[in-house]
Design a protein around this ligand. Structure first.
Ligand code: AGP
Length: 609
């Protein structure tokens, strides 16, 4: 969604802001703007569309100054346009600000402010905040922010420049992330870590209703009443290169190619491969949990939810425990009554997804234990969940989640294995055998990635498909859901996942001559069943591709093409099977000339409902 950057120090702020906005562009946006103090006044430049449009304007009319804020806007209130782009100011021209989030009571506040004489120029909820702070401002920026925050309902991350105090950036947030850090030439702020990595890896995460004041000399923090507070500095071990595209054409393909390493890095946090055992201390399960946990409820959105479906299978099979998986946006309004012994397992790459955060807070309020699987240290979910199982995917920049899915599945598999070990449903020998097989997976993944030319060729012949169906049973059904999401989000081709056995109950009516059907068949005990379903669609004209790690004679004659995977334990098959699916989505999108890393209408972090 929207992105915020800010800098105050001894260098020219404009290139720093533009570079930061470039780095945050992956979050999705439709307009951009900056405001810089040029020594005499606050100069604003903004423009609809791509950042290149803003850069062209600044090239013609350069802006120099040592303190500034910048923003990429993903429209919520008011269409993408020049007037609705941030920064926004107040009628008395005392301040300008940029905002991420949604102000829920903005109409009520707007009417109140109009009665007080404010003149609005945009349709945004953000301008309401600028006018509100301006209306209570009487020379003390911090006091005005404290006062204004009392009236605002909704979510916000704000970076504000006050005309009377032009070398400082004032920030405040609630339910919307903001990270600050001090580099060698000044203080920086951003809505996401990658934009700070060029300057520092020691950062501080702002929390709800906290205020930060950035000056060229340092950063101070205050609580919602304006009282000074001390905040910890967190070291981020992501490096700059991991957030850059390097020689790859797109982040998505770079991140797919990083999967073997991300997988190994994540697994090594939880497994001693030397001793072929799980590192018991790294899991949230204590001895008592084996009996006291009665049910696990998995929550996530999009790809994270799909990883949760794999987690459900792992936990039921290995730990023999009842598990439900729900989409966060549904779960939060489901009037769900938690039962004693229930644990909520939240899955989120960013740790900032609004619906997942809401589900977590609901559970916490009900006294339910929360455990998160998360990729971003210091994110809201990582901070607020009772326990965290981190994934070590490094920064994921492409909107389409790839390596985060794989590492989430890895952590879920290992957590299920450990719980099964504690519950006595998996023996130590079985654990060692599964870990030995797990250790060999990166080499298999690498081999698949090396052969990606075949998938590229297949995509070059199929990219004009209008509908693609992914079918499978059990784990393959969960995988099919992720494969279909990947394809539709990056290539804009209508794709659907269907439980293979459900086809006959309606969907098969859509199969016509040439419809592409991809059958996932990594579960040997279900292969014959899925083969029958393949045959049912083939005889109705479908062009069937099978992805299998089983025997070819099971499927021969039922499909026109096979992608053969190495044999693995059935539970481990998704780690390899998902890679060709991601590559297929990627090459279909490339063939169609789509904006692979930033698909239309999508944002990397969905920080609003
Ligand atoms: C899929 O490719 C998406 N990026 C999306 O479905 C994503 O997984 C979802 O928005 C959840 O994000 P999170 O993991 O950061 O919570």
């Amino acid at each position: 969604m929207c992105g915020i950057v800010g800098y105050t120090g001894c260098n020219n702020a404009t290139p720093i802001l533009l570079e930061g906005l470039d780095t945050l562009a992956y979050r999705g946006y439709d307009s951009a703007g900056i405001a810089v103090w040029d020594g005499e006044q606050i100069v604003m430049k903004k423009e609809k569309g791509q950042l290149a449009n803003l850069k062209a304007i600044i090239e013609n009319e350069p802006v120099f100054g040592v303190c500034g804020i910048g923003h990429t806007r993903w429209a919520t209130h008011g269409e993408p346009s020049y007037v609705n782009s941030h920064p926004h100011g107040d009628t008395k021209k005392q301040l300008v600000l940029v905002h991420n989030g949604i102000i829920e009571n903005y109409l009520r506040l707007k009417n109140m402010l109009i009665d007080r004489g404010c003149e609005f120029v945009s349709d945004t909820d953000t301008e309401v905040v600028a006018q509100l702070i301006g209306s209570v401002y009487s020379g003390d920026p911090k006091a005005a922010i404290v006062e204004a925050m009392r009236f605002i309902e909704g979510s916000f991350a704000l970076a504000i420049l006050f005309r009377d105090d032009p070398h400082r950036i004032y920030c405040a947030c609630k339910d919307s992330p903001m990270v600050v850090g001090f580099g060698k030439d000044g203080a920086h702020i951003a809505s996401d870590i990658p934009a700070l990595l060029s300057y520092t890896r020691d950062v501080t995460f702002m929390e709800d209703k906290q205020i930060a004041v950035l000056s060229p000399e340092g950063i101070s923090f205050f609580d919602e009443f304006g009282e000074w507070i001390d905040k910890p500095v967190v070291h981020i071990d992501w490096d700059m290169d991991s957030a850059k595209k390097g020689s790859f054409e797109h982040y998505m393909i770079k991140e797919i190619c990083e999967e073997p390493v991300a997988f190994r890095k994540t697994a090594e946090q939880y497994v001693s491969f030397r001793e072929m055992r799980l590192k018991g201390d790294c899991f949230p399960w204590g001895d008592g949990d084996a009996q006291s946990i009665k049910r696990i409820r998995i929550i996530g959105c999009g790809t994270a939810y799909h990883a949760g479906l794999l987690g459900k299978k792992y936990l039921t099979t290995l730990a023999k425990i009842p598990v439900e998986a729900d989409i966060a946006s549904e779960f939060r309004y489901a009037d769900y009554v938690f039962e004693p012994g229930e644990v909520l397992l939240l899955i989120s790459q960013s740790g900032e997804t609004a619906d997942t955060i809401a589900a977590m807070r609901m559970a916490k309020q009900a006294g339910v234990r929360t455990i998160a699987v998360c990729n971003v240290i210091g994110s809201t979910i990582a901070r607020e969940a009772d326990e965290v199982l981190f994934t070590y995917a490094g920064p994921e920049i492409a909107v389409a989640a790839t390596k985060s899915y794989l590492t989430q599945a890895t952590v879920l598999f290992l957590a299920a294995l450990r719980l099964g070990q504690l519950r006595g449903t998996v023996s130590d020998d079985e654990v060692s055998a599964l870990l030995a097989e797990l250790e060999g997976l990166p080499a298999k993944m690498e081999a698949l990635i090396e052969q990606r030319g075949d998938i590229q060729y297949f995509a070059s012949r199929e990219f004009s498909a209008r509908h693609v169906f992914f079918i499978g049973r059990g784990i393959d059904n969960a995988l099919a859901m992720e494969a279909a999401l990947k394809l539709k989000e990056v290539s804009y081709i209508h794709s659907e996942a269907y439980a293979a056995g459900e086809l006959k109950h309606g969907t098969i009516a859509l199969i016509e001559e040439g419809t592409l059907v991809i059958a996932l068949m990594t579960q040997r005990h279900l292969a014959a069943k899925t083969a029958s379903n393949m045959e049912e669609v083939r005889v109705r004209g479908a062009n069937v591709l099978a992805v299998t790690n089983g025997r070819l004679d099971d499927i021969e004659g039922h499909c026109s093409k096979v992608w053969q995977l190495d044999e693995t334990n059935e539970l481990l098959s998704p780690f390899c099977a998902i890679i060709p699916m991601q590559l297929f989505a990627y090459y279909m999108a490339v063939q169609k000339g789509c904006s692979v890393d930033k698909p239309r209408n999508l944002a990397k972090s969905v920080t609003v409902e």
